[in-house]
Design a protein around this ligand. Structure first.
Ligand code: GLN
Ligand code: ZN
Length: 798
């Protein structure tokens, strides 16, 4: 490269606005298709790189078309083949021992093939663990680091992708997870010594980042973005002081010790933008960043607020005001956003720029990709077109705000008026506020959130259900066979009549009931064949929700979800599950468990309205479910399970916010489930095994029976619950459904013995870890047979 590096003017960066990242899966999920075809061996690495390159160029072109400046580093280069945290693992060559053979002998880098192997595992070598990215529904891979993990600037993909965009006419800003957040999110590898924390490797990682920055400067990259969201959470196992010291040390090495060049010297680094998305910064963290020599700082002004200023050091920097919500789908009130800029001036930044609060990775591509009709099926109510802003619309909002800042509000008067009109029309539209729903919520009293004493309930339920000790059941879904999927696809396309679809589902339910009877399970389920997804199914049947046709959002790797949009007051126009459950009950003498998704999970996996407290929305969903449960009870269903797998994942990142969250989330579940008689048994299901901070909440749900994941952790949760004084029914999973492995009945017996050793056997239920929908019958049948055999064996010893 012969072009002289362009030296940015740090004090006035991104005058046209910027975004912190953009969806990378493609508006038609092109990357998903390209990656999956590579995995399946239908295409090779070159084909994949060509497809990904086309997608990256198309993204850069699109962002410029939407108003970002192609020349000054405002366009983020935020592509990833799988995950941005895995990208840093690859950048550093920092793979766990079991994958070291995948590293190139020469430079320690990871080929695409190896990159995916670390993400997905091979044979006995488990992939990196996956966990939730801050408060989003995106999941990242957890790096495993020890004293001996290789760390160097091994992979030059970031440099190549910059050159590729530059060639296409766009100067991108490479985006990477910052060194401190990378290590703060890592876990100590198995071989690490006692007391080792990945942050112990900070100097090595920072040295590798410094090499990367030198390489980027050498090809003329004007800006680089380093994301440090570790600065907004206190849910990590690192004390804030340690994080802050790491930030100071890392950015001394990267920003102070490397120069941005002078008339006589070439730059050693690009200008650095540090971002802190997903919430307000820790106290003093903005001052800490201001005191470093980075060139710009982006803060989240949607979830967080700016501290009072002025802040020493900020005068030489650009403050990127994260005004546009990167994490939800609502169109902004641009006038209000501009008003919010004024107080920021007191911070004394050298310049202010407009940005998004987070990467736009967490929202779909484009509202214009939706079909607007009468709101039935996957057509959207036409009013929503005006109310929504997906990624592309948000880029437009950023550009409009930036122009208003630069040229005054008059320059964008029409856009401001249109945004105010849209926000006003949403506030008053039919369905957004439904007086009957509001009145009902306003009339709720404490009694609506409480059932009678557990002792009384337990006695009434025992008399009614007459179950053996250690009763066996499942979590709800049975395998979704290709036939079920085919029938639903045909029905959705209008190729299968309602009656035929319904008949196909009934037939499936009949099969599932017969199987459960043959296996000897005690409490039967209908198998959930009619559900596409445990949240979308309910969204489709409740007023106040819309479901999109193309609103895909990356969940992890190539996996995408289409979250429903909760836009209005929630009501249940008609019973949803009653017919299926009643039909199931008509086929058997055994008790049948009705199956619902809980209010917190419905909220967590939807885009939720932002114009009222989440707790109010949760109670509306709770009331709709309460009606459904009343109808199930009236139809003779004696057991109802309300799944809340997302209870923990919605837990706020800051401890100060957690109590309030637990209050309303637990409240909405209790509202849903407290309308029933003592003899009706309420179950709940939570999908994970680490309870820590929510153990009190589980107790607070006041369910008669709670099933949890426990097989992998060998029943670890059971003594924990016992210690916490938990004294209602508990179904610790004894069959790990995340693996195709069939556990032997001896294994299950052993797990059950562990369970009954640490908690009163009278409380223990026997069930798998989770639903069976992703498994095949070839595994499920023997696994459930072993589960029943084990229950009988342990039962005999009680
Ligand atoms: N009832 C649901 C099922 O069995 C529960 C799934 C979940 O909790 N994720 O599929
Ligand atoms: Zn589950």
């Amino acid at each position: 490269m012969s072009t002289a590096p362009t030296s940015p003017t740090p004090a006035a960066a991104f005058p046209g606005g910027t975004i912190l990242g953009y969806p990378r899966i493609g508006r038609r999920r092109e990357l998903k298709r390209a990656v999956e075809s590579f995995w399946a061996g239908r295409s090779d690495a070159v084909d994949l790189e060509v497809a990904a390159g086309a997608l990256r160029r198309e993204t850069a072109r699109r962002l410029v078309e939407l108003g970002l400046n192609p020349d000054d580093g405002s366009v983020p280069g935020s592509f990833s083949y799988y995950d941005q945290v895995l990208d840093v693992v690859a950048l550093l060559g920092a793979v766990p021992e079991r994958f070291r053979d995948l590293l190139d002998d020469e430079d320690g880098s990871l080929e695409l093939d190896g990159y995916f192997t670390v993400a997905r595992g091979r044979g006995e070598d488990a992939p990196l663990e996956m966990t939730k990215w801050f408060d989003t529904n995106y999941h990242y891979l957890v790096p495993e680091i020890s004293e001996t993990t290789p760390v160097s600037f091994a992979d030059h993909r970031v440099v190549r992708e910059y050159a590729e965009a530059k060639e296409a006419g766009v100067t991108t800003r490479p985006v990477l997870v910052g060194p401190v957040t990378f290590l703060a999110l890592s876990k100590a590898a198995d071989e690490a010594g006692e007391g080792f924390h990945p942050l112990d490797r900070l100097d090595d990682v920072v040295a590798a980042y410094a090499d990367l920055l030198r390489a980027l400067a050498a090809v003329g990259v004007p800006w680089v973005q380093l994301d440090e969201p570790a600065l907004v959470t206190d849910s990590l196992d690192v004390p804030a002081e340690r994080l802050h010291a790491a930030i100071a040390s890392a950015y001394r090495a990267l920003a102070t010790d490397l120069t941005t060049g002078t008339d006589d010297t070439d730059p050693e680094r690009p200008a650095i933008l540090v971002t802190a998305p997903f919430g307000g910064l820790h106290e003093d963290a903005l001052a800490l960043l201001a005191a470093t020599d980075v060139d710009a700082i982006a803060i989240d002004l949607v979830k967080g607020a700016a501290p009072a200023g002025p802040l020493p050091g900020l005068e030489g920097k650009t403050l990127v005001a994260g005004l546009i919500d990167g994490h939800n789908v609502w169109r902004a009130d641009l006038t209000a956003k501009l008003d919010a800029v004024e107080p920021l001036r007191a911070l004394g930044a050298g310049a202010l720029a407009v940005g998004t609060s987070t990467s736009l990775l967490h929202v779909p591509h484009d509202v214009e990709d939706e079909v607007f009709g009468d709101g039935a099926g996957t057509t959207l109510d036409p009013r929503l077109r005006d109310w929504l802003a997906f990624a592309d619309q948000k880029v437009g909002e950023v550009a409009t705000l930036a122009r208003a800042l630069a040229e005054g509000r008059d320059a964008v008067a029409d856009a401001l008026a249109a945004s105010s009109a849209a926000v006003a029309s949403r506030a008053t539209a039919a369905g957004v506020v439904v007086p009957a729903v509001r009145d009902r919520a306003a009339a709720l009293t404490d009694a609506d959130f409480a059932r009678g004493s557990y002792a009384e309930r337990a006695a009434a339920q025992a008399a009614r259900l007459n179950l053996p000790p250690l009763p066996t059941t499942t979590i709800g879904s049975f395998p979704q066979t290709p036939e079920i999927r085919k029938a639903r696809a045909a029905w959705t396309k209008g190729e299968l009549a309602d009656a035929d679809y319904s008949a196909a589902m009934r037939e499936e339910i009949g099969r599932v009931v017969r199987l459960q009877e043959e296996l000897g399970l005690d409490v039967l389920v209908h198998g959930e064949p009619e559900r596409n997804d445990m949240v979308q199914y309910f969204a489709e049947h409740l007023d106040g929700f819309a479901v999109t046709a193309n609103g895909w959002v990356q969940s992890y790797g190539s996996r995408c979800v289409r979250p429903p949009i909760l836009w209005g007051d929630v009501q249940r126009p008609a019973p949803i599950t009653v017919e299926w459950s009643a039909y199931t009950a008509s086929l058997t003498q055994k008790p049948v468990k009705g199956m619902l998704t809980g209010p917190v999970t419905i909220l967590a996996w939807s885009f939720v309205r932002d114009d009222q407290p989440l707790g109010d929305t949760a109670n509306q969903v709770g009331l709709a479910l309460r009606d459904e449960i009343a109808d199930l009870e009236a139809a003779g269903i004696g057991i109802v399970q309300v799944d809340e797998p997302a209870l923990r994942e919605l837990l706020p990142l800051r401890r100060a916010d957690q109590d309030e969250y637990l209050r309303w989330s637990v409240g909405s579940f209790r509202l849903a489930t407290s309308g029933v008689e003592a003899a009706t048994q309420v179950h709940t299901h939570l999908c994970y095994s680490e309870f820590g901070e929510v153990i009190g909440a589980i107790d607070g749900l006041d369910a008669d029976v709670t099933s949890v994941e426990a097989a992998r952790s060998r029943m670890e949760i059971v003594p924990e619950l016992a210690d916490a004084g938990y004294s209602r029914g508990i179904g610790p999973g004894v069959y790990d459904i995340h693996s195709p492995r069939v556990p032997s009945s001896d294994e299950v017996t052993e797990l059950l013995r562990l369970a009954v050793k640490s908690i009163d056997p009278a409380l223990v239920w026997v069930n798998p870890d989770c639903g069976l929908k992703t498994r095949g019958y070839a595994e499920v049948e023997p696994a459930l047979a072993h589960l029943v055999a084990a229950a009988r064996e342990v039962r005999a010893t009680l």
